[in-house]
Design a binder for this molecule. Structure first.
Ligand code: DC
Length: 237
């Protein structure tokens, strides 16, 4: 039976290892990886740079109308960079100033509508892996493989701290912990598409497997779904 390309949705809290897994899978499968969080981060950067009042829906919508987001593959990093109105903003979107605001921005209805429409467009062609918070529940509810990743809270804090420290040695572990806790709270309690595990998502605890074990496990799941039409159900919109 020949394997066909599927859609893979990976959701979970931040710093659970979603993007590491997604990138490795994309490489092994020859799929396209889309970091949906980068889109919310780029939008947040635009709002910060242009002093957009987040409570003013007309201003938010007008700002969104001025935003074009495109991903371009970066050979050096072996993954895609996000471009905001033709500027590669990858170096700025993980700054603390963006991290502190992004959950608030991502909770805005107009912002979600804008991002989800683009994400669905990218998913029209199969062979895509997208990670985020609402990919299996809202963006691709018919994805053939949905994974919900978790990791011990302290493992996540240390992982994020190491990432942040590399670019900002002033950062403290308490600041990182506070930011993660706050974002978890906002992301999972917001009105619009809050983070929760889709009924048909497989739970993957990142703290209990090595990177290689995890990759091999997920590759098996992909193989099952790509070769078994009964598992690989509907198509995405
Ligand atoms: O994955 P990340 O930490 O880069 O995501 C940044 C923020 O974007 C996160 O706090 C929640 C939001 N987000 C979202 O609401 N929906 C997504 N699909 C992806 C991210």
């Amino acid at each position: 039976m020949s394997a066909h390309k599927i859609t893979i949705a990976i959701d979970g809290f931040s710093s659970c290892g979603k993007s590491t897994l997604a990138k490795e899978l994309a490489k092994r499968l020859g799929y396209n990886y889309v970091d949906s969080g980068a889109m919310y981060r780029a939008i947040t950067l635009y709002f910060l740079r242009n002093y957009i009042d987040l409570t003013d829906h007309a201003k938010v919508q007008a700002a969104l109308d001025d935003i074009t987001l495109v991903f371009h593959f970066n050979e050096q990093r072996q993954t895609s960079d996000i471009y905001l109105n033709d500027e590669d903003v990858e170096p700025y979107i993980r700054d603390m100033i963006v991290s502190e605001k992004v959950s608030e921005v991502a909770a805005i209805k107009e912002v979600r509508k804008f991002a989800v429409a683009q994400q669905r467009g990218m998913g029209k062609r199969k062979g895509i892996i997208m990670d985020g918070r609402d990919i299996g529940t809202a963006v691709f509810p018919h994805a053939e493989l949905k994974i919900f990743m978790t990791a011990d809270p302290e493992v996540r804090v240390v992982r994020r701290y190491k990432e942040m420290f590399a670019v900002n040695p002033q950062i403290t572990i308490d600041e990182v912990r506070h930011n993660l806790e706050l974002r978890d709270y906002i992301d999972s309690t917001r009105e619009e598409s809050p983070l929760h595990q889709a009924e048909d998502a497989i739970l993957l605890n990142n703290s209990t497997l090595t990177r290689e074990e995890q990759l091999e496990t997920v590759l098996e799941w992909v193989k099952d779904r790509a070769t078994n039409p009964a598992l690989a159900t509907a198509t995405n919109q």
